[in-house]
Ligand binder design. Structure first.
Ligand code: TYM
Length: 359
């Protein structure tokens, strides 16, 4: 059975982009076809300025939403990254395999670092090394496939490169993973700024549909989406990005093809109305289940505790193997007490002190 791993970062409230680009695929497809792990990657939320209480709150909320979206702990493993030490342990080894040039070429680093600098802030070193931690997340579980939205494809490519390089230098240690993207809506765009991805925490708030938005808020946001000049509804991502985005969202929610759907619309208004309805319907069960889960926080905690235990047991041997392969000494075992006693060596409390004194 294939091993699948993916993660979500608790840096903001989860969006329709997260749902259509990742979560829905995890719940409807991946957990049924693979040995799958899904992780709230909280360490990644520390790469930009953060408020500790908010990260804690968003981590719990993200975990609850993963379950509300349909992840079933009987089918897959759901856990929080910082509960499993192996991620950070492996990340350092991979930093010794990656190059700084490689890190500086990452598109997300360039964009986010530029934004931080524009705001007059400093850029955390962890923002630069973030893709290495992400590679560790993936490689620690001998992952075959990583279901992600389009914006994470470059990071998964880096994880592949690091796995291949490590294996070539130090002997076969890691499975080489590959990214899998959803068939539509791999990059949902901001409804107010269709040239930008719909991110959790960007500057175009009214263009972001959050999973927990009330239905009338969702409707308003979709109805106010920026469309393009022109009248006809055609699917043209480059020339008509606003309309193409709506068609992709509609297709992802209803199961059609964006191009075929475009033929059924004579006006932008009709398209917006149907898209708004489709999004509200797609999110309805998730919102209901989220409410139920919020009433039972003990259940979510139990899932996360058991998930972390299972994840630890899977990652430990892989990461230990990497430590040996790269040249680190295995931890030294305590010498057995019996043979020393048989040889007349001192035992019991104070034995070490008396051994040292004898030297
Ligand atoms: P994050 O938290 O930004 O996003 C989580 C998932 O949602 C997808 N996604 C989108 N898909 C389509 N349209 C959008 N507008 C959109 N916005 C987000 C992302 O592609 C992602 O699949 N670095 C990762 C988290 C991570 C991870 C990992 C993922 C850390 N370690 C290991 C996979 C494997 C991130 O920031 O995702």
């Amino acid at each position: 059975m294939k091993r699948v791993f993916s993660g979500i970062k608790p840096t903001g409230h989860l969006t329709l982009g997260n749902y259509l680009g990742a979560l829905r695929q995890w719940a409807e497809v991946d957990q049924h076809r693979a040995d799958a792990l899904f992780c709230v990657v909280d360490l990644h939320a520390l790469t930009v300025e953060h408020d500790p209480a908010r990260v804690r709150r968003l981590s719990r909320q993200a975990a609850t939403l993963l379950l509300a979206a349909g992840l079933d702990p009987r089918l897959c493993t759901v856990f929080v990254q910082s509960h499993v030490d192996e991620h950070a342990r492996l990340s350092y080894l991979l930093e010794c395999v990656a190059t700084d040039g490689e890190m500086r070429r990452m598109i997300q680093y360039k964009e986010k670092a530029a934004r931080e600098r524009e705001r007059g802030g400093s850029v955390r070193l962890s923002l630069l090394t973030y893709p290495v931690l992400m590679a560790a997340d993936i490689l620690a579980y001998a992952t075959d496939e990583v279901p992600v939205g389009d914006d994470q494809a470059q990071h998964v490519e880096l994880a592949r490169d690091l796995a291949v390089r490590f294996n070539q230098r130090y002997g076969h240690t890691f499975v080489v993973p590959k990214a899998t993207l959803p068939p539509v809506a791999a990059r949902v765009m901001n409804l107010q700024e269709p040239a930008s991805k719909m991110g959790k925490s960007d500057d175009f708030g009214p263009g972001i549909v959050y999973l927990l938005d009330e239905p009338d808020v969702v409707r308003k946001k979709v109805m106010r989406a920026v469309t393009d000049s022109g009248q006809e509804v055609v699917y043209d991502r480059a020339g008509r990005p606003g309309v193409a985005n709506l068609l992709e969202i509609l297709a992802a929610c209803t199961g059609g093809e964006p191009e075929a759907l475009s033929a059924g619309y004579a006006s932008y208004g009709e398209l917006k109305k149907d898209t708004a309805d489709a999004v509200v319907e797609a999110l309805r069960p998730l919102r209901a289940r989220h409410q139920e889960l919020c009433a039972d926080p003990g259940y979510v905690e139990r899932v996360l505790r058991e998930g972390a235990e299972k994840a630890r047991a899977m990652a430990r041997p892989v990461v230990d193997g990497a430590y040996r392969a790269i040249g680190l000494l295995p931890p030294l075992e305590e010498p057995a007490a019996e043979p020393m006693a048989a040889a007349g060596a001192p035992t019991g409390p104070g034995a070490v002190a008396s051994l040292n004194a004898a030297r």
